[in-house]
Every structure is written in structure tokens, then in C-alpha cells.
Design a protein around this ligand. Structure first.
Ligand code: 13P
Ligand code: SF4
Length: 302
């Protein structure tokens, strides 16, 4: 049955000249049919470079929106358009304009986990893979404002000479991880390295051997001579880690780190999207053009 579905998706995909991009947190069967899996930065880059006519984005809304910002002439599909990101909804364009009015000389760097309208009010975007580089690129600024993730802002501040002001947004699933839970895992698996995502709170990050984006973690475990790891990010990442490293051990820092928004898309949804070329994601042109400036600045820097 699944094999049947996969074959139908493959056939329709080539007929539609479509590419399937999937985030590292997507369900295993979605990652397995994707043309490319990656973190937010890699998927933005791929979306910027693809010559496919249709992009089927298996992730959450802000990721598909970023693809639409970069590709106004292409059809961008998000098989389940209600798959959102609670952190992205913690700040509005109006909040951004207020920040700008209060800090007129301060560049605003916005995490890609944000709506297109919020990106449009920003000087540059960043991801978990490049926030330090993007902030440093404002060489004339002593202070930079980061939105919406407070934890990424605090992590970036530790590695930057700049004063970082920030909005108080957070990812409910990363922010919920407590240092005590990490310590329990460390005691149970003392031989393990602890890798954490910068969306975790500072008390958790201070326990980490490495702080990195999802694809940064994947590269690290693939290349490391170490045999076991405690993973402080959404548990969907365990699938590609275990697939590429059957001899290594991976322990989730907490089984509660499950983002339900990232688990909405099924193979049936992907097939239906390819059949109907719906649901499409598009961004109003005036917002798109302004958001593009912030996304392009990020892509140029990284
Ligand atoms: P990455 O860019 O590291 O993949 O993170 C995206 C995300 O939503 C983390 O919660
Ligand atoms: Fe958003 Fe958190 Fe889900 Fe990432 S894991 S998409 S930041 S809610």
C-alpha cells in the first residue's frame, strides 16, 4: 500500500516537474520520499536554486512561505496549510514596526521562523545555522535587535561582541526542555555527547557539548568518532541520525520534544497536493518584495 503510494508520488512528481523538500523533523516516510531533506537554511538555499516548476514543501508554513518569497513564478505547495509554527505567531508586523520606532538606529535580524509580513519589516533574516554571522555582518552597529526567539538571541549574544536586544518568543517544544531532564539522561548515558539546538533555554545550552542547527547535528554525528549522543531537539531528527549511523546510539533528551505541527503531512497529503496542485502558498507582492530583501541578505552572508 505504502509502496503503491510512493510509486504514484514518484510518477506524478516527474510529470509535474516537481521537487519535494522536507525538513529534518518530518515523519520518516516523508523524509524518505523527499528529493532533499535539510535544516531551514539548506531548504531555503535549495528553494532558491531549484529549476523545478513545482515545490512541494513538507514542513511548516513559514518554510513554504520562504520558498514562495524566493520563487514568485513557481507553484509552492504546502500539503497541510494549517501546519504552522507557534513561535512564528508570537510576533506581528505591527510589533515589528513598534520595535523599529523605539530603536530607529538598531538593525533588526529576524529568525526565519516568522511570517512573511514580519520578515518584510526586517533588515535581515537568520537561521539557527548562521545567526552569529548575520548579526556580525552589521559591522557599524553596536546593538542588534533579534526577533522572535529569545533563546536564539541569548545564544547569539554569547558569541557576538554586539549588544543584543530581543523579543520574548520561544518554541514551546524546545523551551520546555529542562536542565534536570538533560542531567537525568547524562547520568543514564555518561559516555554520550549532548547536542542541543539553540532554541533551548540557556540553562540547557550551558550543559551542551555542541549547540547547532538540525543539519549541523546530523553532520556532526555522521563525522564524529564518538558512538553515543543525547539529542536536544525535536525527535524527528532521530530518524536520519539512526538511518545513517546504525552502529551509534541516540537518546532523546526528552520524548516530549515532539512538534505536532511538523507531523501533520502524510503520504496521502503529498499525493493529493501533486494531483490538485493545491494548497498553494503565495505572498502578496508588496510584502514579498520587502521580505525578499531580508532573506537575500541572509543567503548572501551564508
Ligand atoms: P533548523 O533550521 O535548525 O532546522 O530549525 C528549524 C526549527 O524549526 C527548529 O525548531
Ligand atoms: Fe516551530 Fe518549534 Fe515546531 Fe520548530 S519545533 S517548527 S520552532 S514549533
Amino acid at each position: 500500500m505504502t509502496q503503491d503510494l510512493v510509486q504514484q508520488i514518484e510518477e506524478l512528481k516527474s510529470r509535474r516537474r516537481a521537487v519535494i523538500l522536507a525538513h529534518n523533523y518530518q515523519p520518516p516516510e516523508i523524509q524518505d520520499i523527499a528529493d532533499m531533506t535539510g535544516d531551514s537554511l539548506e531548504l531555503s538555499r535549495k528553494a532558491a536554486m531549484t529549476d523545478a516548476s513545482v515545490i512541494v514543501f513538507c514542513g511548516v508554513a513559514f518554510m513554504a512561505e520562504t520558498a514562495a518569497i524566493l520563487n514568485p513564478e513557481k507553484t509552492v505547495l504546502l500539503p497541510r496549510p494549517e501546519a504552522g509554527c507557534p513561535m512564528a505567531d508570537m510576533i506581528t508586523a505591527e510589533d515589528m514596526r513598534r520595535i523599529r520606532a523605539e530603536h530607529p538606529d538598531v538593525p533588526i535580524v529576524t529568525y526565519v521562523n516568522s511570517t512573511a509580513a514580519v520578515k518584510a519589516e526586517s533588515d535581515a533574516c537568520c537561521t539557527s545555522a548562521n545567526s552569529i554571522r548575520v548579526v556580525s555582518s552589521f559591522s557599524d552597529a553596536a546593538t542588534v535587535y533579534m526577533a522572535p526567539d529569545q533563546n536564539l538571541a541569548k545564544f547569539t549574544a554569547l558569541h557576538s561582541s554586539k549588544r543584543i536586544l530581543h523579543w520574548n518568543g520561544y518554541c514551546p517544544f524546545h523551551h520546555a526542555l529542562q536542565p534536570e531532564e538533560v542531567l537525568v539522561q547524562k547520568r543514564a548515558h555518561p559516555e554520550s555527547l549532548f547536542l542541543a539546538h539553540p532554541e533551548c533555554r540557556p540553562e540547557v545550552l550551558s550543559l551542551a557539548d555542541q549547540v547547532m542547527s538540525t543539519s549541523g547535528m546530523l553532520r556532526f554525528v555522521n563525522e564524529s568518532s564518538h558512538g553515543s549522543f543525547i539529542i536536544g531537539t525535536e525527535i524527528g531528527i532521530l530518524h536520519p541520525m539512526r538511518q545513517a549511523n546504525p552502529d551509534k546510539a541516540f537518546y532523546p533528551a526528552s520524548m516530549k520534544m515532539l512538534c505536532p505541527h511538523m507531523k501533520k503531512i502524510s503520504l496521502d497529503d503529498v499525493l493529493r497536493s501533486l494531483e490538485t496542485l493545491e494548497p498553494r502558498i503565495s505572498v502578496p507582492e508588496d510584502i514579498r518584495v520587502r521580505a525578499l530583501g531580508a532573506v537575500e541578505r541572509m543567503l548572501q552572508i551564508s
